[in-house]
Design a binder for this molecule. Structure first.
Ligand code: HAM
Length: 435
């Protein structure tokens, strides 16, 4: 048969390979502990939702809805569907559908893939994981501050830094409407200097022009009217309340009046955490308050806020932290000589697992020497050798693979009766761990 052409993965959508899995598992375990410590419970919503949910929720004139969504028509029934480009709209849809906040506010979180058809580059992918946290039914600003302090704690737990925090207040719809009039007038005065994107958005979504990455627009944007100058007493009180709590918790931040975020549902608080260590894609987390959203998707008016962390970006920072100690996940590697030794080795591995240890049992044929190499590469603490001579004597040999005082007893192979091997390993591992 002719050799078949290889099929590659889809551009911008990455595989997680086994060598990198330990770091991801370590990260996910820290995240699960951390959200639990703040009283958040997991919510899992489908990857696919009706397209209309994102159009209404995120907003028609946003990069995500205009050009980044993976949308398709279900050929079987003609429904317009979209692979979620973020978690918030789906979480809110589920909360409304299941009446989640009927008996009081809810703290929920999710982790998983989201999809955006962006131009792939370092830190920017078409499928990427987010850790998403939402607080539904809270008017704040104490909950906005909770989100910021919990993120500061996560960065500390993970040992990543420095990460700087930028915050802004987008006020309420009426305040943004007055700001918008002046903003359009300002940009119209400088229409000759706007790029195509900005010109297109001038009347549909002028706030987003403030978010432009085009350096040619920097001067016009810097001179634009600031939303913070249009805030009324209630919005200012919310913003000040947030800043008071964040300041009291000892968290450094700066107010960036041009921070608007790329999704249309926000009001009042918005924030981003940014690192300089990742080049252009340095925002590792973004979020804010979205009081208008729940009503927009058909629920009763309910205040809410939340944020999402870009997992790949945080993992890249973690990968750069050299002192991270992540175990291999294998305690014991069982080697054997095939033939009559294969079955006792197979059963011995099971009885060691019965005692709670993580065991890899060699499968297939290979010389003892090459098996010992694999045992060493597996990161296991001990090899258990089930050779012909050992089996004939009803025993196995234990050998320490990592050098330390605790494993000195097994630095040379030590013959142990088969029935006593699991106990001997549990004892040895206990000493190794308490070192
Ligand atoms: P977002 O700012 O669009 O917010 O995304 C949150 C984070 O996801 C970003 O800060 C970034 O770390 C990561 N991210 C975004 N796009 C990509 C990409 N193409 N490749 C890799 N990472 C990326 C939201 O999604 C809102 N739903 C956050 C939120 C939750 N607001 C309220 N609740």
């Amino acid at each position: 048969m002719a050799t078949q052409r290889k099929i590659a993965g889809v551009r911008g959508m990455n595989d997680l390979l086994p060598a990198d899995a330990a770091l991801v598992e370590w990260f996910e375990a820290r995240v699960a502990d951390w959200v639990r410590s703040y009283g958040y419970r997991q919510i899992r919503t489908p990857i696919v939702e009706y397209t209309e949910l994102f159009v209404r929720g995120i907003g028609e004139v946003t990069d995500i809805v205009e050009k980044e969504m993976y949308s398709f028509e279900d050929r079987l029934n003609g429904e317009r569907l979209t692979m979620r480009p973020e978690f918030t709209a789906g979480t809110v849809r589920a909360a409304v559908e299941h009446n989640l906040v009927y008996d009081g506010p809810k703290r929920v979180w999710s982790i998983g893939p989201v999809f955006r058809h962006e131009r792939p580059q370092r830190g920017r992918y078409r499928q990427f994981d987010q850790v998403n946290v939402e607080a539904l039914g809270f008017a704040g600003p104490d909950i906005d501050a909770e989100h910021i302090v919990m993120l500061a704690r996560l960065w500390k737990t993970l040992g990543i830094g420095p990460v700087r925090l930028e915050i802004n207040c987008l006020g309420q719809a009426e305040e943004r409407a007055r700001h918008r009039v002046d903003l359009i007038a300002h940009f119209e005065r400088h229409a000759d200097r706007l790029d195509d994107d900005a010109r297109r958005r001038l009347h549909s979504n002028p706030l987003r022009i403030l978010d432009t990455k085009n350096p040619a627009l920097a001067e016009v944007v810097a001179a634009a009217p600031r939303i913070t100058d249009y805030l009324g007493a209630a919005s200012l009180a919310h913003f000040e309340g947030l800043q008071r709590l964040v300041g009291a918790a000892g968290i450094a931040y700066s107010v960036n009046p041009r921070l608007v975020r790329g999704l249309d549902y926000y009001n009042l608080t918005v924030f981003e955490w940014i690192t300089d260590a990742l080049g252009a894609q340095g925002t590792i987390c973004g979020g804010g308050r979205y009081d208008p959203l729940i009503e927009r998707v058909g629920g009763k008016p309910t205040p809410a806020c939340g944020y999402a962390i870009g997992v790949a970006r945080v993992l890249e920072l973690l990968g750069a932290a050299a002192d991270l100690e992540i175990g291999s996940g294998t305690d014991i590697y069982v080697v054997h000589q095939g033939g009559a030794t294969a079955e006792p080795a197979f059963l011995l591995a099971e009885s060691i697992r019965d005692r709670g240890l993580d065991v890899v049992c060699h499968a297939g044929d290979a010389s003892l020497k090459s098996q010992m190499k694999r045992a060493d590469a597996s990161g296991a603490e001990y090899a258990v050798i089930v050779g012909e001579s050992e089996v004939a004597a009803g025993a196995a040999a234990i050998k320490a693979l990592r050098g330390s005082d605790a494993t000195a007893a097994y630095a040379e192979q030590r013959i142990v009766p088969l029935a006593q091997v699991p106990d001997a390993l549990v004892d040895a591992m206990t000493v190794t761990e308490s070192e």
